[in-house]
Design a protein. Sequence first.
Length: 474
Amino acid sequence: MDYLPVFLRIADAPVLVVGGGRVAARKIEWLLKARARVTVVAPELLPELTERVRRGELSCLPRPFEPAQLARVRLVVAASDDPQANAAVSCAARERQIPVNVVDSAELSTFIFPAIIDRSPLVVAVSSAGAAPVLARRVREHIEALLPARLGALARFLGARRAAVAAALGALARRAFWERIVGGRAASQLLAGDEASAGRTFAAELAAARLAAGAATGQAAPGEVYLIGAGPGDPDLLTLRALQLLQQADVILHDRLVPESILERARRDAERIFVGKETGDHAQQSRINDLLVELARAGKRVARLKGGDPFIFGRGGEEAQVLAAHGIPYRVVPGITAALGAAAGSGIPLTHRRLAHSVTFVSGHAALEDTLDWRALARTHQTVVFYMGVAQLPRIVARLRAAGANAELPAAIVAQATLATERVLRAPLAAIATLALREQVAAPALLIVGEVTALCATGALAGILGGGGLEAVA
Ligand code: SAH
């Protein structure tokens, strides 16, 4: 390690910045955030710096750098665009043993500015010791994506309660209490923006912890459940919130649609439970419901990770009802549903000003029942997306045809949307089932019916403007 990472208290201390351009302005920004008393040495200043001088936020010496300006200064930044001047600043500062940063020169610097994530009072600083600043910035972006926007508010909330906790609990109980709080209900209420509830939850948990500290056994604080949509498969299509909660969860219940590459984004030490269902195994859903309740009651934070969106053919609604009925707190995190992933991947717009004025998501299982209005689904100027329909393709096509859909109505099958193995098959409605069979389409796959499916990447209407007979176009 070439540099010691420390956080320096610099409030009210005199700091000299040499240079009045864009780079200097960026450093000044951070220095002012840390409430340093900044003097900028530069014959010319950017307008925004001039404005800050006018407002009294910093002072300016409108002349070249001289070593005498370093008297009593605690930190120096050389950010002019003249390398010789910067070197002179570095030399003078080092002679006086004042820490100095020279932009773009690790050799001339005795300290460096890290890439910073500011959720004050929580701050993350990343450095590559000057070796690869762009890489350090990339790492910062990765970490930033993991940190909820309200993390600073959470840190303040916890900070304001430190003294009360110290007074109420002994050192050992205190540690366990903070662990529980940071990963628990109060924290997630606060991160969701509900400070009042967070305050109440915190107070109740502190009271319970105080009681438990007296008694031999404490009851575990209730856990909570996150019903998380994992998107269609590509891990980059996870939402930031999904990622954040995956990092918090103690246990992850996942099913077949969630690939390993997404599970890898979860906390390393989280327990994983596979709860994939065989088609038609209705008992499995009630086992999942029981498990969710049981784990949450044991105080766990449980992520129920589902393909796509939990509320689109994901049985998220049923799980939410069960949790509510048992008084278990839960949050729902939306995910990109398969139809949207498939649309983006295949270049099929689900709506189109001329071709499709509505889009309907239909369960292919329903083709076996009589709950659907097939006449409505067979009308023109719309897009119909069938989930879980691959096994039912001939039946779906027959019902649409019987309800009046044209044999030549364009259709497409998108399999393994957004994954490296994604495939798009296009054919007129009357030929799509045969094509799928011939091409041995593997689940998961969607059937999309409607004129938009004839739009190919170039924007041409393959089936409508061209001949587009019953020949299958894969
Ligand atoms: N909740 C999920 C849907 C679950 S139902 C969502 O919102 O996407 C399961 C069906 O979703 C599968 O039978 C298939 O039709 C569809 N599906 C899920 N992932 C898919 C993918 N990557 N590509 C194509 N279809 C997919």
